[in-house]
Design a protein around this ligand. Sequence first.
Ligand code: 7PJ
Length: 278
Amino acid sequence: MIELLQCGDKTLPLHKPQVMGILNVTPDSFSDGGKFKQHSTALKQVEQMIVDGATIIDIGGESTRPGADKVSVDEELNRVIPILCAIKSRFDIIVSIDTSKAQVMTESIRQGAGIINDVRALQNEGCAEVLANTDLPICLMHMQGLPQTMQDNPKYEDVINDIITFFEKRINECLQAGIDKQRLLIDPGFGFGKTLEQNYQILAHLHLFEPLGLPILVGTSRKSMIGNLLNRNVDERLAGSLSTALIAAQHGAKIIRVHDVKETVDTLNILHAVQQQF
Ligand code: 7PJ
């Protein structure tokens, strides 16, 4: 298993779990009026996440929450590129871009993105071709269905095996497109076309993805799988988020995508201290 991930000009160590901090780029963030104010708020949030121990900042310009509306290429570029440039000019940090659009990938890479995080696993037109011409790591996430309808009635023969089969196919197609296996990360996609039960099955059996030989990325932070189990609103899901992060890391996850960076880093440092005893 790869221990060091080359992300453009920066190297990410994977011998212990890394924390990816989520940057909220809200729909009207960069509309004319609020541009500079919103920009400085986002940059302060990035600075805090770096101080708190995030080694990757993940920027997403398309909401993929269940039922979310589609976003045009221009709109997504307007949301993502200015803040990516602002971050890269101020901070020495790996920036991951959460996108499924080839044009957004191309422009992000030109502006210094270090990782491409695609919830559609490079299945959209042109994406694999864009990535074949770079050396950047790519996160292939599993999603059943589309964000608009994915939570309606997700069905699997065997949720773990079905997702493993999906990854095997996607990895093969990436190889055929000219993308090295060493550049790929996998993510089972918590909440993306999964019932509450299925999400916890995946969390319980996350180690079953290890034979694929790729680093595992996990994003459960503040999601419905926590809220619905515990009956908690979004702002009351910290304990649940930390618990799922800890379990994911114990089951082999190498990158944890979170909103609450400081608390997650503390949690993972406790795990690391315990694991050092063996
Ligand atoms: C994920 C993501 C995830 C990866 C989102 C949210 C929804 N990318 N982007 N994995 N989730 N790789 O944060 O609630 O789980 S957006």
